[in-house]
Design a protein around this ligand. Sequence first.
Ligand SMILES: Nc1ncnc2c1ncn2[C@@H]1O[C@H](COP(=O)(O)OP(=O)(O)OP(=O)(O)O)[C@@H](O)[C@H]1O
Ligand SMILES: [Mg+2]
Length: 346
Amino acid sequence: MRNNLRAAEKRILLVLLLAGITFLHYSTDQGQYYFHVFYGELYLLPIILTAFWFGLRGALLVSATISVSYLPFIILHWQGLSAEDLDRILSLLMCNGLAVLTGVLKGREQAAQEKLLQTENLAIMGRSLAAAAHDMKSPLMLIGGFARQILKKIDDKNPARLKLDLIIQETEKMERMIRDMLDFSKPLILNLVRGDLDAIIRNSLTKVEEAAKKKNVSIEYEPNTDVIDIKFDCMRLEQVIVNLLQNGIEASPEGGTVTMTLLFKSPGNLILDVSDNGSGIPLFKRQQIFDPFFTTKKEGTGLGLPIVKKIVNAHGWSLQILDNSNSGTIFRINLMEANARDHIHK
Ligand SMILES: Nc1ncnc2c1ncn2[C@@H]1O[C@H](COP(=O)(O)OP(=O)(O)OP(=O)(O)O)[C@@H](O)[C@H]1O
Ligand SMILES: [Mg+2]
């Protein structure tokens, strides 16, 4: 059979198969027991084909159609629960069971294939990104460096200062983008130590202070006084917190508040929450926002959250997105979920 049948052709073939087998049942004398057993088994063919072509839902639809069309035959020739009646009921049950089984197996196989394809695509994208970012890094550093040197040499009243400032700002932005691209595409090598969590959080807060001030967003931090004994990569954790805080600030309305909390919810649950009062993230978008380059911002790169996810996964932690009670979002990381399993993550 051609492998590249179109969906419509597949449907027609299935309808013909179902109608043909049902016709054979009804047109063959019911005394011809073995023929009916054979037709019953023939029903498995459209079920398996549907499961492969259309997944679980299609297979269930076909098995329901078989039940509806075969049931009148069973009722019509009912002999008071004879061995033949039982055979027919069992064959119907088998059809339905097989539909579920093949549908589920096919669904799993498809999901695994999609994941593999996504991983391969990400790997290809990562390699191209790394190459492009690497080539752009040196010229950019040169431009930024020269602009800074010239700025130091010209006097305050020179109108060229404004333009130089702009060049410096823009190259800094591009340098940040390149850093993100390299971080995203390179394997992550964790340097796990028992670091000072509170100090890392405070450092991260300092890094976003300026952005928060510009937007008139206040940042609140509720530290934890318990002894915290976990291992992590200090630089990478700071990167996670800065990215989440930055997103929180950007999502906040003027005068809003971004809150950072660190608390032991229960033994084995050390929760780091970054919450904001922005417009929130609808459920259907919560997967998409981790796709590389997905952004809704004019100046965004869309690499912040993919990097966050990569670092969180590398540590074996979990990341959840929750609705904030009034409005906005909570990004929650459980820092005790698991210890980092492997120190290198692609
Ligand atoms: N706290 C939040 N509230 C609402 N939407 C958010 C929040 N955090 C992230 N998002 C959404 O997820 C998208 C992806 O975020 P991500 O951090 O990956 O990229 P970005 O912030 O757009 O750009 P950048 O690379 O500069 O971080 C954002 O553009 C935004 O639409
Ligand atoms: Mg971001």
